[in-house]
Design a binder for this molecule. Structure first.
Ligand code: ADP
Ligand code: GLC
Length: 478
């Protein structure tokens, strides 16, 4: 039995800010249980829902030195859906109203979390063969692991994998402070280790010290070796190319299932969607105060409202697109300029545009089920889960050909009658608009072809089954 420990800053159903939580919470369930014992370690955030906090069971506690600070580390445990989750408790670090998002706090918070995660291992009767770290928040784990190995037999032989979910966020802070916070020796603070452009960089530490580095799609694994997507670490990615590979994300096919989804009023599948899916559209039109019309094409957006997702393209042509026979349903939070932009369009095109500027699991599922198309024109996209959810619900994705979007959405070819969505390549507002309009034409004028696209989309398999096997192989080769 191989023992694997996932360490991450978020996981469904406990705490979620984005796709990372979906991955960490669902992937562990899809490993072969006879060969892999996969567990997950998370921070115990105060802002976690009470219903979860109540269920956690105390396991142990100890005090740990973080350089000159001596800090309490509590370890709690919960089994959920057959997976054991450990929670690292410390009220000083994990008491904010959001799990993270203020870098001046996060730098020390995740140094603490990373060291605590390792330090707890000898006390929880689970010595992993492999520690699988996710994103910059856990970048120091492979570094501490290297450091721990010298003095401590227990840590010798533990291997590490580091997965990049988003290279944009690296955890960068000045070297002097990071030295003081982490207590790591001077030795690590040089340009071929933790240092990048004179600062300390947590993600770089993970990439340099992990035995294997993965990212969440093949295209993104290639893209980050180039300056445009490399976020100033393209040189490092090239240097680590032999250890770097892409494994595309999946989604939880039980949680996201149009035949059983508890949030969706009318269930449907790849056979009966022609009659049933549209009922969800009309229900949502009623709920959101849009003009109720089964025939109008409805385009959905569920997203963090940030530059990454291509909202400046939408801003540029939204007025023009709103002249067409389409409705837009938006669900998201994030940068104020984009929140206000959608509020503005909802006011200006009342009955046609619905702006829902908040977070709602339930509404997100209703949108995936109700819409005809889903718009995701990302500037960059390591993988993207929203387009996978859309495919699963027969909601045709319209995407830019980048990262995981390129790897998971196949562009419609009207001559060969193939494809599961629509796509464009350049980051250009009019290219996006033309693609949306092309989709409109197929929707309105070639309904049979449109329905075939929907059917092909629904029959695609983006469950975790394939990708979990690739992770198993990766673990076996370590
Ligand atoms: P990212 O991780 O970059 O935000 P992904 O497409 O990988 O993008 O994952 C986004 C996840 O967050 C999806 O599960 C999506 O449904 C969900 N999501 C984003 N915004 C909201 C929101 N406002 N309400 C509910 N779910 C949201
Ligand atoms: C990041 C990326 C997104 C990816 C998710 C899960 O948030 O932005 O593309 O799907 O992580 O890997």
């Amino acid at each position: 039995m191989k023992k694997i420990l996932f360490v991450a800053s978020e996981s469904v159903p406990f705490i979620k800010t984005g796709g990372l939580a979906d991955v960490v919470g669902s992937l562990p369930k899809y490993f072969n249980k006879e060969k892999y014992d996969v567990r997950v370690m998370l921070p115990k955030y105060m802002c976690m829902k009470q219903e979860w906090k109540e269920k956690l069971q105390y396991k142990t506690h100890f005090y740990m030195d973080l350089n000159w600070r001596s800090q309490y580390v509590g370890i709690l445990e919960l089994e959920h859906d057959g997976i054991i989750f450990y929670f690292v408790d410390n009220e000083y670090y994990f008491s904010g109203a959001k799990p993270y998002g203020y870098i001046h706090e996060d730098i020390e918070k995740f140094a603490f979390f990373s060291k605590a995660a390792l330090s707890a291992l000898p006390l929880i009767d689970f010595r992993p063969d492999i520690i699988h770290c996710h994103d910059w928040q856990t970048g120091l784990i492979p570094v501490y692991l290297d450091n721990f190995r010298y003095g401590n037999e227990f840590f010798r032989g533990i291997r590490s994998v580091f997965t990049i979910h988003n290279l944009k966020f690296q955890g960068i802070w000045d070297k002097k402070s990071v030295k003081d916070i982490t207590g790591l020796p001077e030795y690590y603070f040089v340009p071929d280790k933790l240092e990048a452009y004179k600062d300390a960089n947590y993600l770089k530490g993970g990439v340099v010290y992990a035995d294997r580095v993965t990212t969440v799609s093949n295209s993104y694994a290639e893209e980050i070796k180039m300056p445009f997507y490399g976020e100033k670490l393209d040189g490092l990615m090239n240097a680590r190319a032999n250890c770097l590979s892409g494994i595309v994300n999946g989604i939880d096919y039980d949680d996201y299932n149009p035949e059983t989804d508890i949030h969706v009023p009318y269930h449907y599948n790849a056979e009966n969607f022609r009659k049933e899916k549209v009922k969800n559209k009309m229900e949502l039109q009623k709920e959101l105060g849009l003009e109720v019309d089964s025939k109008t094409m409805m385009i959905g957006i569920v997203s963090r409202l940030t530059d990454q997702k291509g909202f400046d393209l939408i801003a540029y042509v939204m007025d023009e697109l709103c002249q067409d026979a389409v409705q837009f349903v938006v669900l998201g939070t994030g940068e104020e300029q984009y929140e206000n932009m959608f509020r503005h369009f909802a006011w200006k095109y009342n009955g046609k545009v619905s702006a829902n500027i908040y977070y709602s699991e339930a509404l997100s599922h209703k949108i995936y089920a109700a819409c005809d198309a889903f718009l995701m024109p990302s500037l960059f996209e390591p993988c993207g889960l929203s387009q996978l959810m859309s495919l699963r619900y027969g909601t045709v994705p319209i995407v830019r050909e980048t990262g995981g979007l390129k790897d998971t959405v196949e562009a419609y070819n009207e001559f060969e009658k193939t494809g599961t969505g629509f796509s464009f390549s350049n980051y250009n507002a009019h290219e996006m608009m033309n693609t949306v309009r092309y989709a409109e034409r197929i929707y309105y004028d070639k309904r049979r072809d449109w329905n075939k696209i929907v059917e092909r989309a629904m029959l695609k398999d983006f469950s975790w089954n394939n990708s979990a096997k690739q992770y198993e192989e990766l673990y076996d080769n370590l």
